[in-house]
Design a protein around this ligand. Sequence first.
Ligand code: NAG
Ligand code: NAG
Length: 398
Amino acid sequence: MPRCRVNLSTMIFLVILQGAAVVLFCGWYVQLSPCEPAPSNGKVHVLLLSSWRSGSSFLGQVFSQHPSVFYLMEPAWHVWTRLQKPGARVLRMAVRDLLRSIFQCDFSAMEAYLSERHNVSSLFMWSHSRALCSPPVCPLTPRNEFSNQTLCSQTCDALGLRVVEEACSTYSHVVLKEVRFFELESLYPLLQDPSLDLRIIHLVRDPRAVVRSREQSARAFVNDDAIVLEQRNTPAAEVQYKVIQEICRSHVRINERAVLKPPPFLKGRYKMVRYEDVARNPLEEIKDMYNFVGLKMTSQLGEWIYRVTHGKGKGTKKEAFKITSRNAADVSQAWRSVLPYNKVKRIQEVCKGAMSLLGYRTVNSDKEQKRLDIDLLVPQEPYQFSWLQAKTEHPSDG
Ligand SMILES: *[C@@H]1O[C@H](CO)[C@@H](O)[C@H](O)[C@H]1NC(C)=O
Ligand SMILES: *[C@@H]1O[C@H](CO)[C@@H](O)[C@H](O)[C@H]1NC(C)=O
């Protein structure tokens, strides 16, 4: 019997000990995994969702040059160019699945779109990715330095894509820029995938400025336009209006979906950004975006951003995919002196809903269009204060 009593108290002690352990362990476990499913080994996946000529190359660079980011530009270009005369609708799942595997640093899906013997240089605009100009892909650019696209494209090619996967897996953030999404629904499975921690930054721009910019390199868009318009027969003079209409509709579709009635898995994962706000107040806006995805701003990056957004000279380079170092705020107003008013009027008609939703004021006459002291940007509520502050800091920007 005494033996039994000893065993009993030992048992009670053990039960209490176990209970305490369970409580401690659970507390620790809950701390590690808060209510939200935050798996993905802490890796964050960012989709820069935009449209052509909306400043997404610049924004892409802002992420690409960050030492914690593996960046790739427009992977869906490969899908859109590889198949014969498709429409955007039929391609969107293929694009979605390609993005998912790249977010997971698996490039096997990408290889299906490349020729059998491929290199890093087979990836569209590969030298825009600082990560593809840095170790382990290439010794040229130490990870915490800024890459030089020209030098990179001359010296950094490598055989196959295994080294790209290896590089990708060493970064905390995988950022993909894409201009070929026109809705959010196809991305829902990615938002619900426990192996991904997806954040969407939706970059929009005044459609009048987009049209003006697209006109400067119209030939570059012939194939994409046909896909956007589902290969329908559209009179040549109408194409630009139909395309911008599709783009404007997609902005409304995406923004309303994400803001008005977001499904629970979309909450806190969507951020809309206007190009013009970035142009007026680059540092503040970019800091916000970094914050949104959990990246740190460094003084080195801050200086770089200031440099590339306040460059000298008008520069009339026509390359469709070059990052500009002209004064970003000037560039965002250029359409007002270049586009004829009848064209502006037509764009405003086809983009009416989007312009009102996104905060772009319409002009009602040629005179109003040319009067640059009339501000056509409706301030966004959360940014109003910093925007006013920025105006006093850099009076030359407006
Ligand atoms: C990149 O390198 C090229 C070739 O050395 C040089 O001419 C160019 O100025 C560099 N660009 C920048 C932005 O440093
Ligand atoms: C791939 O790179 C190798 C050298 O790294 C080169 O010899 C070959 O021509 C390249 N192939 C392609 C398709 O660019």
